[in-house]
Design a protein around this ligand. Structure first.
Ligand SMILES: C[S@@+](CC[C@H](N)C(=O)[O-])C[C@H]1O[C@@H](n2cnc3c(N)ncnc32)[C@H](O)[C@@H]1O
Length: 290
């Protein structure tokens, strides 16, 4: 612990606002080092108390810088200044691809960044009733969202529809970072309310949310559809058939992450150059059918 604190205090480059990754790593290292501080018997004087105080003070400084960064980025979005700084901090100078040798489902400092900016209220998990073939809520890891946004090149004519949108991370970020509109379709009313509140808090009026079963929702205006394996079996079949119908009238793109990618790969009306990657969102283009 002593040497870790000395190292962090010697090189305070982690204080720069954009050094989110470094601060997350520093917090992680401090937390792990704390586990190895010897515990003190009741009634005796703790020789490590000073070290612990120093570590906690450093933790508080690191967290305070992150909070200030999130406040500034929220203000950028609210005031209409845009997401330039958010995207700059998120890309970390390294580009999003750097993370793809890691586990596709892992969460990192970019998820903390998104949560800090979007400021969701925690969902009431016990209010959610399981429905057959429905997949439980799990947000798309933030680095996949930034990567997708960078690859899609969305314009003002696009409407990205997140099928099973959860708390709305993807539609909210699309509205924040691109000129496109976005729509989150979500079965769980509590999630829809949380997403709408986040959108209102950031003045993201191009992000819309509807509470609906994706099988019954009006998807006809969508140009890009996103599925983070929200459902399986007959529900997925029904939604893919709807998308196929839309694609008969005009080209669309379908983006998938997780196990549903293998099922979507078997759709004869969709093609992708991405292959069936499990660690990255696959972007599929519809092909004209006879
Ligand atoms: C794995 S989460 C994905 C959340 C979000 N798309 C994201 O990437 O952050 C799947 C979501 O789909 C929702 N869902 C499941 N079945 C659904 C259905 N038939 N219609 C609409 N939403 C559904 C669940 O409530 C859950 O929030």
């Amino acid at each position: 612990m002593q040497s870790l604190l000395a190292e962090l205090e010697r090189d305070p480059s982690w204080q720069a606002p954009g050094r989110l990754r470094e601060r997350a790593e520093a917090l992680d290292r401090i937390e792990r080092a704390m586990l190895y501080l010897p515990t003190v018997a009741a009634g005796s004087v703790d020789p490590d108390q000073a070290l612990l105080d120093r570590a906690q003070a450093l933790q508080a400084r690191l967290e305070a810088i992150d909070q200030e960064v999130y406040r500034d980025l929220r203000e950028d979005l609210r005031s209409g200044a845009g997401a330039r700084r958010l995207l700059q901090y998120a890309s970390d100078g390294a580009g999003f691809d750097a993370a793809y040798d890691a586990d596709g489902d892992a969460y990192d400092h970019l998820d903390a960044l998104l949560s800090g900016v979007l400021q969701f209220e925690p969902p009431q998990a016990d209010g959610i009733e399981p429905v057959a073939e429905m997949v439980f809520y799990q947000p798309t890891p933030a680095r996949h969202i930034f990567d997708l946004i960078a690859r899609l090149d969305l314009d003002a004519h696009d409407l990205l529809v997140d099928l099973g949108a959860g708390l709305g991370h993807v539609p909210l970020m699309v509205a924040a970072c691109t000129p496109a509109r976005s729509l989150g379709v979500e079965l769980e009313p509590a999630y829809v309310e949380i997403a709408r509140r986040s959108a209102r808090g950031l003045n993201l009026d191009r992000a819309d949310f509807v509470q609906a079963d994706a099988r019954a929702a009006d998807l006809s205006a969508g140009t890009v559809f996103y599925l983070y394996t929200p459902f399986t079996g007959s529900v997925l079949r029904s939604v893919l058939d709807t998308l196929r119908g839309i694609a008969r009238a005009r080209p669309i793109r379908v983006c998938s992450l997780g196990p549903c990618t293998a099922l979507i790969a078997a759709e004869p009306w969709l093609r992708s150059d991405d292959g069936q990657r499990g660690d990255r969102i696959v972007v599929w283009r519809s092909v004209r059918e006879a």
